[in-house]
Design a protein around this ligand. Structure first.
Ligand SMILES: [Zn+2]
Length: 109
């Protein structure tokens, strides 16, 4: 049996994150329904660490990154593509980040 993975989903309206287990070989939805507001809770992958619900600045940063096509997917640069770029800690860093790594952004619909 393949190992199920815990994927983090986050609702950017509620500032809330929750985990769901998926067998990635079978399915991995890009979004689920937020249990609180019924809106979209987006898949931010296995490595997403949600800030505190009260930490508006961190959630603003996540929303900003998301709007620019960054959903905490791994970004690898350098020779052999072994170096994973860390996600920005602050909004200022995030503004530089989305420009610098624009080509790695997911397509935003
Ligand atoms: Zn919600």
């Amino acid at each position: 049996m393949p190992t199920p993975y815990n994927m983090a989903f986050a609702c950017l309206s509620c500032c809330k994150s929750f985990k769901r287990e998926f067998n990635l070989a079978k399915e991995c939805p890009a979004k689920l329904t937020c249990p609180d507001c019924g809106g979209a809770a987006h898949n931010f992958g296995r490595d997403f660490k949600a800030p505190k619900r009260s930490d508006k600045r961190q959630w603003d940063k996540i929303r900003f990154l998301f709007d620019h096509g960054f959903r905490f997917q791994k970004i690898r640069v350098g020779s052999g593509h072994h170096d994973v770029v860390p996600y920005p800690e602050t909004m200022d860093e995030a503004r530089e980040f989305v420009v610098k790594y624009k080509k790695y952004a997911a397509h935003v619909d």
